[in-house]
Design a protein around this ligand. Sequence first.
Ligand code: ADP
Length: 294
Amino acid sequence: RKVIATRLAAREALEEANSQLERRIAERTADLRASNERLKGQIRERRHAEQTLRHAQDELVQAGKLAAIGQMSTSIAHELNQPLAALRTLSGNTVRFLERGALETASTNLRTMNDLIDRMGRITASLRSFARRGDDGGQASLAKAVEATLQVLANRISACHLQLHHLFDDQQLAIDQTRLEQILVNLIGNALDAMASQPLPELWLEGELQGDKYRLRVRDNGHGIDAEARKHLFEPFFTTKPGEHGLGLGLTLSASLAAAAKGSLNVEHPATGGTAFVLVLPLVCAPNESAELS
Ligand code: ADP
């Protein structure tokens, strides 16, 4: 009987321990579930805060761009008023020439008017594409942007037998793809203009990591930039190109696009001649982060 009693006591003790364990497990599970819910809630809040922040940043970038256009408004008005005044005079004259039957002169005037209208159209088109609300949180592949740019400029590049040095790696940069292409078309287009009378034109695209940014140097062996022009390069409507060739908006808008992506655009004048534009843009992933991911 004693043995049975001991066994019974042991079984009861075991059952008690068992049910205590189950109670504890149930409590812990409830605790874990609750903290899981809390974590989920926190994640939701963080996501929401990030979205609000990104939205606020986009608004800031947009406001910055509009402010830049605001600052340019006097020069824009001037640039548009000049051809408008010319159009007014030309159209008045053309009416008179037509009345007199001087068709040849009238048609020359009309062609000049067409050119002026095209120029005004190009000015408003570049401003419009700059002011457009792009994807400010976008990302771009550098190699793809260079490829697209070279395609856009393919005719000019093959006509001058350009020697091109690709000295950069493909990187994911924190800027909208089209905007990066716009900047590169401006920089490489300018380099081609500067090398127009260079018998052996060469262009170097040199990339380098710089902390959490990437630095791309677009260097040419063109005619370089004289001391006076260096002071005005980034001013809207500054151009040294004759006639219809230059609008003087390329560098101003490119620098603003780079700044809107938290990067920069600067110029260097290498001692060996030519010109180098240095475009610095943030990487999508800082280099150590991407190393951890891979
Ligand atoms: P645009 O090309 O319409 O003149 P930009 O703002 O792109 O307007 O350039 C302004 C001026 O800067 C050009 O007219 C030219 O004088 C000078 N420039 C730009 N890039 C170069 C370059 N790579 N080499 C020499 N001069 C340049």
